[in-house]
Design a protein around this ligand. Sequence first.
Ligand SMILES: CC(C)(COP(=O)(O)OP(=O)(O)OC[C@H]1O[C@@H](n2cnc3c(N)ncnc32)[C@H](O)[C@@H]1OP(=O)(O)O)[C@@H](O)C(=O)NCCC(=O)NCCS
Length: 256
Amino acid sequence: MFDHRRSHRPSIFYRPIRPTDLEAIEKIHAELFPIRYESEFFLNVVHGRDIVSWGAVDRNRRNGKSDELIGFVTARIVMARESEVEDLLRFESPRADETLVYILTLGVVDSYRNHGIATSLIREVIRYASNIPTCQAVYLHVISYNNSAIHLYNKMSFQCVRRLHAFYFINGQHYDSYLFIYYVNGGRSPCSLLEFATLLVAYIRSGFRSAASRIWWKKEDEVSRWMKCKESSSRLIPMTQNKRILTTNATGCQFA
Ligand SMILES: CC(C)(COP(=O)(O)OP(=O)(O)OC[C@H]1O[C@@H](n2cnc3c(N)ncnc32)[C@H](O)[C@@H]1OP(=O)(O)O)[C@@H](O)C(=O)NCCC(=O)NCCS
């Protein structure tokens, strides 16, 4: 396979995907993904019908290929309340117009990988989502064995919030998927990490108070036993506990 790294220094440029990219985008999708997309999907991408997209090109590429796509990301705006991640969002007000940006496909041709191109494309999506006042988060699915993509999303501070059993069905076989989310515009989960940390601190403090008071009562009992030679009763301080079970796996994913 042609590897540009041996021949020249690439000059990566990002631009919207246009109708003239139709053939290239179909070809790269067919090369990179085990899933077949319908022609209608590609037509919607290049014409921007319900889909937003960014392409990457190498301006230093020779043979008239300086405007040919070498990477892309496609995404769609979805209504938060109709999405599968509705339960992962905290709705501050009963607004019905809250939205999300769902990443549909992301890819970089093999010979251009590890140049930060996908990172830049995802940043474009995050910037776009952040500029939509109603948007709460960017989210996506990734097949469970795609280590490079999982590494990328973890690196970009996406939170892996769910493992979906047998989400994909490819060539007669089921594969799990991870669901990653990146909150924007103050969007957050019903119980954010900060709240979890606050609860944990409160729990530790109440535990500490409970232990301290038990010691205090014990001391008092000892004193009273010593002073009055009388048996004291044990006291229990009620303690409320907010318990969340978290499991972590090798991908760095945490599931609540
Ligand atoms: C996933 C993909 C888009 C990444 O594109 P890219 O332009 O190479 O990504 P970047 O250069 O921005 O970042 C790649 C990171 O992944 C790391 N990486 C690459 N292969 C890896 C692997 N097998 N395991 C773990 N990490 C890996 C790189 O080291 C780099 O991390 P670093 O910046 O910490 O060094 C690209 O590999 C691809 O197109 N894959 C096929 C299609 C696909 O899987 N799309 C994602 C669907 S959800």
